[in-house]
Structures are given as structure tokens and as C-alpha cells.
Design a protein around this ligand. Structure first.
Ligand code: ADP
Ligand code: ZN
Ligand code: ZN
Length: 735
């Protein structure tokens, strides 16, 4: 189509299509008042949607009479600033994802729906004039009411409900009475976090910490990426805190990204205790109101520190000064569906665009980051010693071949558990499989409980008397007898956390025991309750999944047992061994944090496995060196760039037919390796047939360019109809 010069507003519409859409400005509106980053209302098909202005341009390929008009300009000023717009454009291009969905990630839900960008109000309470003039003795016989009055009289500002709740008892009833009597009034206040003052001061940093802090200060005013490689308990968090204090003193903001599970109330409390006011949080458990409040406080600069999970990487920042990514190796920084981005990688790009430092910390850095250090793209700093008095735990392999192993616990491990319990220690056992047993089979006829919708076995959850498919969520009552031969000879095979718990309660009767996994912590507050019981020392024996591996301090734990390392030794994925090593080291890091020396025991049937030996004998750094060499030989990341197409459909031939056509479009490129299409490792899931296609190139920039040229046109392929497909750039998992 011939190009023509007219005023066009290019818009990112929340749709899965990989393109921007062109509109005319509302009639009678001067183009000059429309700015990139503003929200507008546009007609889209038969809908009316809230969209974001991306550009103002004079060029379009759409015929003038086909162009529709923006119906409304929602904002007077851009909702997303130019820095965030730049990041959004970069991300849409790099991940080849629909711009509308990428831009949407930069806004909290209420703003995406068109709500005004105003600080949400919450109820708060203050004394009325007559309340203020009350004689102190008036309420002598109503102690709760008196306590509330005293609190309100002592405060310089209206108090939030949470602050009044601290009075305890039947405070709600007392408050209602005070309002009825006309002594207390309800007001609408800004819902910002309460202003708390720091209650703890920094410990004196050790030399390694001080060196790390000093080098960060030397680089405070430009972009740089630094890997803080420090063993668990070496004081990385103290380094972050010290850097953050300095950045805040320059009136600049710090964004701290933590793994999902790491954002516990304890972690946030530690930042609050040290930094006081201006610490805000941003994660999926927050109410929409609180998310909006943090978003606005980040944008206007009153939030000096924002601690959040991966989606916080999209927060607007008025005066960015530093980005910290704690546990940078953690897979939860990668979004695994929809807009598949890596918050860690985007954070580095963002720091680069904003020209500020980014600090990545881990005890078990990802192979990618280690390679970046080797290439001198990242600085590296090391904290090799545990802070304070704690000693490093020792790792030992337990060869469990032909040992008695009732319920998954070898006699060797049981002996050590007993020893540590007898000596006042706590014991933590780790198994990355929840439920009772991963397989339920019939001893008589060989029947196996399989999911009807997936190529997978059902996991037995004995406590709930259910068979559960961990892939599609299908539930079924636990059968009393074999559905195939009707004999009562069903037997669970293999072990999950429930079964280990059962065995422990048999072997160590009377010892306080807890299980921490997704099932046992479903109820809100339950995880905190269980963790608290570990901290107070009430719980002596603890079994759990990877939920235990992250972020928690268990100073009383003196023994850590890895129930089954073999699961990770023979994983399908090329990252399986990296993950296993990270897990072992992270779980091991929970032990012996205080004065008690820790012991870590790893049960395996493959004691000679080179990975395990390397890790146990020489530690994570040496293991990673060997692992990276393997990657180099195999031409896998970080020595190549990958992009994975996934497709699924209820029609069995459709996914591979579509991916054949996709493959065809990329095969002509000589710098690109096209692997597949192949059926996915789990060929059927939730009733859908699945296939995938992998692209690999030794040059990332090349892969990105080719994707940018060819992905959008795939949407129009006839074979794409009836197929759900996605593109995953830098996939973490190849299935
Ligand atoms: P990491 O983040 O590397 O796991 P932390 O910063 O949580 O380590 O520190 C581990 C423990 O050591 C914490 O209890 C912390 O308060 C303490 N700690 C850290 N640095 C020091 C120091 N310089 N002096 C004394 N104690 C310290
Ligand atoms: Zn049977
Ligand atoms: Zn299933």
C-alpha cells in the first residue's frame, strides 16, 4: 500500500497480536497534547479497550478510510515515562511478544482498566474536637476505649486500622463505641505504608563486605553490573543494605528483586528495621490497592526502596539509583507463561538504559552470570567466609546402595538424625517431590494410576485420600482396590514428602515434626506459622521441598539430609545438573548458621557420579567451571542462544504441522540451527497434544534479528488456526 502523510497515533493495544495499531486522534484534538505513554480508549473490533500510546507518526500503511479514531484520551500526562517506554519497546522486540501485553505489564491492574492514577484511600481514625477535650478520667471503666483514645491522642496524625489493632482485645467493639459517642471520626487517608523509623543499626562490616561496598560506591554514578558471589550466610544482604543506605542518602531509589518464595515477612522486616520509612513491597499477594499505592510511590519518588518479585522490574522509578537482584540464579525470575521474560535479564538492561549500577547476588550464581564475569561484562566480588561466628558445613555423600531404607531413609542417615537430635540440634530433610508417592500400582496385575488427560502418572496424596495429576491438576479419589482386577493389592511406589513425614514419625516418635511443601502451606499464614515453630526451636525435625531452599535462616539446624539426589542427576534438561547443584548448596546453606557446625548428607545410588564428586570435593565454583566446559562442548547456553517454539492443540497432527511450516521459514538461514519439530517430552498434557521446535545460534544478535523479521508473519499462517503456540526466547526449560 502507498504511504501517505497524516497524523497518526500508534498504540499498544492489549491483544495477543504482535504489532502496534494505528489510530486517528479524536476529532478536534490537537495532536500536540497526545504524548507517548498516555492511556487512551480505542475501538478494537467490537470492543472498547484501554491502550497505551507508543508513538506519534505521520506514516501508516492503513488506508485513510479504514483508520478509526481514538475515542478518549484518559491521561493529561504520560502514565509511563520515557525510560519505561524504552524498556517496554526493547522487551517487546527482544522477546518477540505482543507489545500490548508487554506494555500492560508496566501498569497495575486498576490502571490497565482505566482507573485514575490516584493514591488509593484507606480508612483511618482521629479524635473529634469533643474527643480531644475529654477529661482523662471519663473512660476509666472501659480500658480498651481508653487505650484507643490515648493512642489517638498521642499520635500526630490519623491512625490506620492496623495501628489501632495493636491495642488488642475487643478493640473493634471499643472503636465502634467511641465513634457512636462522637469522640472518634473516620477519615480517608492515603494508603502509604506506615512511617517507621529504623530500629537496628548496621553491624561492623568485615573486610570482604567493606571492600564490596566500597567498590560499589566507586561505580555509583554509571552503569555497571556486579556479581556478588558469596556463600550463604556470608553477609550479602548486609552489603545490599549498606549500598541502599548510601543510594537513599543521595535521594535515589533502589529496586530490590527477590525470588517469589524469598519475599517472606521476615525478609521485608529486615529491610524495614534497617532502612525505616520508604520501604515498599510489590508482589502478587498484595491487594490491588496496595500494588497501586506502591506503583505511585515508586513513580513519584517517595518510595526510596521497593522490594518486589519479578514483576517489580516494570515499576516506574522517579530517581533510579540502584537495582539489586538477590538469589539471581533463581528460576522464579523467569515468567514461564504468557509474556515469557527474565526479570533478571531485563533488570540488567534497565540499569544499562538508566545508567545506574546493578548488583546480582547469589551463593550459587547461574552459569550465565559466571560466564558474564569471565567475559568481563560483569565485575565480580567474593564473600568467601560466613559472617559472624558461623562455620561452613561439610558435605558428604551417603552411598545407599543395598542399605536398608525403610520409607526412604537409610540406616546411615537415620543414625545421624538420631545423633543430632540427641545433641540438641534440629534436622532438615529435603525432597523435591510432594505427595505420598509418585506412583500407585497394583501388585497383582501391574495396573498403574495414570492421568487420562496427560502422559503422566498420578501422584498419591494419602492425607487427602486423592490421586492428583501434578501437571494438569486433575483429582480423583484414592481407589480402595485395583480398578483393573478388583484385588485389594494397590501399592504406592517411590517417595514424596508425606511418606518421609510418615516414616520419620514412626522412627522418631515424640519428636516434634513438620512438613513444608505446597500442600501443607496452602492456607494463608501457614508457612509463617510453620517457619516460626522452627525458629523457636519447637519443631525439631523438618521435611520439605525446595520451598526450604530459599532465603530462610535456620540457625538451629545442624544436619541437612538430601533424601534423593538421583532425581536431579539424570534429568532430561541440559540445566538439570546446574539446578541440582544449586539446590544442594542452597539447602546445605540453611545448616549451621550459628555456632553449631553443620553437616550435610546426600543420599544417592550413584556415589561415583562425577557431578556429585566435583561438588562435594571442590565446591560450587569448581563444579560450575566443569559444567560450563560441558556446555561449551555441547554448544549450549551461555555459548549459544536458544529460542523455543511450543505448540499445542486438541487435534493431534496440528501442532507439528504448524511447527513444520515454522521450521521451513527458518531453515534457509545458515547461522541458525533448526532442531525439530519434535513431540514435547510430555506429549500430551491436559488433553492437548504438544510439540516443540528449537532454534539455536551462536550469535544472539543474529537470532534476535531473524526472529524479529519472521515471527509476526507466523500469526497469519493457515496452520496456526486451532493451534495455541508461543515463543520462548532464552527458555529456562526445554519442555
Ligand atoms: P546472606 O545474605 O549472604 O545469606 P546475611 O546478610 O543474611 O547473609 O548474613 C547472615 C547472618 O550474619 C545474618 O544474621 C547477619 O545479621 C549476620 N551478619 C552479616 N554481616 C555481619 C557482620 N559484618 N558482622 C556480624 N554479623 C553479620
Ligand atoms: Zn490389579
Ligand atoms: Zn494430568
Amino acid at each position: 500500500m502507498r504511504k501517505q502523510r497524516i497524523d497518526i497515533v500508534r498504540v499498544a493495544v492489549p491483544s495477543p497480536l504482535r504489532r502496534y495499531f494505528d489510530y486517528l486522534p479524536p476529532s478536534g484534538t490537537a495532536l500536540a497534547i497526545i504524548k507517548p505513554g498516555m492511556r487512551v480508549k480505542v475501538p478494537f473490533g467490537r470492543q472498547s479497550l484501554v491502550a497505551l500510546v507508543s508513538d506519534i507518526t505521520q506514516h501508516t500503511t492503513i488506508a485513510r478510510n479504514k483508520l478509526r479514531r481514538i475515542t478518549k484520551i484518559i491521561d493529561d500526562t504520560p502514565m509511563i515515562g520515557s525510560h519505561e517506554m524504552k524498556l517496554a519497546r526493547w522487551a517487546a522486540e527482544y522477546y518477540q511478544h505482543a507489545p500490548g501485553e508487554v506494555y500492560a505489564a508496566f501498569l497495575p491492574l486498576s490502571l490497565r482498566r482505566g482507573a485514575p492514577a490516584e493514591m488509593p484511600k484507606t480508612l483511618c481514625y482521629a479524635l473529634t474536637p469533643s474527643g480531644k477535650s475529654l477529661a482523662p478520667s471519663t473512660l476509666q471503666r472501659a480500658p480498651r476505649q481508653q487505650a484507643l483514645l490515648e493512642r489517638l491522642a498521642g499520635a500526630k496524625k490519623p491512625l490506620a486500622i492496623s495501628e489501632l489493632a495493636e491495642v488488642g482485645g475487643s478493640w473493634r467493639e471499643a472503636l465502634r463505641r467511641l465513634i457512636d459517642k462522637g469522640w472518634v471520626q473516620r477519615l480517608a487517608c492515603d494508603s502509604t505504608t506506615e512511617k517507621t523509623l529504623p530500629t537496628e543499626s548496621a553491624p561492623k562490616l568485615n573486610d570482604a563486605q567493606q571492600y564490596a561496598v566500597d567498590s560499589m560506591r566507586d561505580r555509583e554514578s554509571d552503569f555497571s553490573a556486579t556479581l556478588l558471589d558469596g556463600i550463604t550466610g556470608s553477609g550479602k544482604t548486609e552489603v545490599y543494605l549498606s549500598c541502599i543506605e548510601h543510594v537513599a542518602a543521595m535521594q535515589r531509589q533502589t529496586l530490590v528483586l527477590l525470588p517469589e518464595i524469598g519475599l517472606t515477612p521476615q525478609a521485608v522486616a529486615r529491610y524495614r528495621q534497617r532502612l525505616g520509612q520508604g520501604v515498599h513491597t510489590y508482589h502478587s499477594e498484595l491487594s490491588e490497592k496496595d500494588r497501586l499505592a506502591t506503583w505511585l510511590a515508586a513513580r513519584n519518588g517517595t518510595a526510596k526502596v521497593i522490594i518486589g518479585t519479578r514483576s517489580a522490574v516494570f515499576l516506574p522509578l522517579a530517581q533510579p539509583g540502584l537495582i539489586v537482584i538477590d538469589e539471581e540464579h533463581d528460576t522464579s525470575f523467569k515468567q514461564q507463561d504468557g509474556f515469557r521474560y527474565s526479570a533478571r535479564d531485563l533488570a540488567v538492561v534497565r540499569a544499562q538504559q538508566a545508567d545506574i549500577p546493578v548488583l546480582l547476588g547469589s551463593a550459587t550464581p547461574s552459569f550465565e552470570s559466571l560466564e558474564n564475569v569471565r567475559q568481563n561484562r560483569y565485575h565480580a566480588m567474593y564473600l568467601p567466609e560466613r559472617a559472624g561466628a558461623a562455620v561452613h558445613p561439610t558435605l558428604r555423600i551417603l552411598d545407599v546402595r543395598s542399605r536398608p531404607m525403610p520409607g526412604g531413609i537409610s540406616d546411615l542417615l537415620a543414625d545421624r538424625i538420631r545423633y543430632h537430635l540427641d545433641n540438641g540440634g534440629q534436622v532438615l530433610l529435603f525432597l523435591n517431590r510432594r505427595g505420598y508417592a509418585p506412583v500407585l500400582t497394583c501388585h497383582h496385575c501391574g495396573w498403574i494410576a495414570e492421568c487420562q488427560r496427560c502422559d503422566a502418572r498420578m501422584t498419591l496424596h494419602r492425607g487427602a485420600r486423592l490421586l492428583v495429576c501434578h501437571h494438569c491438576g486433575k483429582l480423583q479419589p484414592e481407589p480402595a482396590q485395583c480398578p483393573s482386577c478388583d484385588k485389594p493389592s494397590l501399592e504406592p511406589m517411590g517417595k514424596g514428602t508425606e511418606r518421609i513425614e510418615e516414616q520419620l514419625s514412626k522412627a522418631f516418635p515424640g519428636v516434634e515434626l513438620a512438613r513444608i511443601d505446597r500442600d501443607s502451606t496452602r492456607r494463608k499464614g501457614e508457612l509463617e506459622r510453620l517457619l516460626q515453630a522452627v525458629h523457636t526451636g519447637k519443631t525439631r525435625l523438618l521435611v520439605g521441598t525446595q520451598m526450604l531452599a530459599k532465603g530462610h535462616d535456620f540457625p538451629g539446624v545442624s544436619l541437612v539430609g538430601i533424601i534423593n539426589a538421583d532425581q536431579g542427576l539424570f534429568g532430561l534438561d541440559f540445566r538439570a545438573s546446574e539446578r541440582l547443584a544449586q539446590l544442594i548448596v542452597q539447602v546445605a546453606g540453611r545448616a549451621g548458621r550459628a555456632e553449631k557446625p553443620g553437616e550435610v548428607l546426600i543420599q544417592t545410588h550413584h556415589p561415583e557420579h562425577p557431578l556429585l564428586r566435583q561438588l562435594v570435593a571442590h565446591g560450587y565454583a569448581e563444579f560450575a567451571k566443569a559444567g560450563l566446559e560441558e556446555r561449551r562442548l555441547a554448544g549450549m547456553p551461555p555459548y549459544s542462544a536458544l529460542a523455543l517454539f511450543r505448540a499445542e492443540s486438541t487435534k493431534s497432527a496440528a501442532p507439528s504441522a504448524f511447527l513444520q511450516q515454522v521450521a521451513h521459514r527458518f531453515r534457509s538461514d545458515e547461522e541458525l540451527e533448526v532442531l525439530g519439530p519434535a513431540t514435547a517430552p510430555m506429549a500430551r498434557r491436559a488433553g492437548h497434544v504438544r510439540a516443540q521446535l528449537l532454534l539455536r545460534s551462536t550469535r544472539r544478535a543474529h537470532l534476535n534479528r531473524v526472529l524479529a523479521e519472521r515471527v509476526a508473519e507466523l500469526e497469519g499462517l493457515p496452520s496456526a488456526r486451532g493451534v495455541r503456540w508461543s515463543l520462548d526466547v532464552d527458555p529456562l526449560e526445554l519442555f
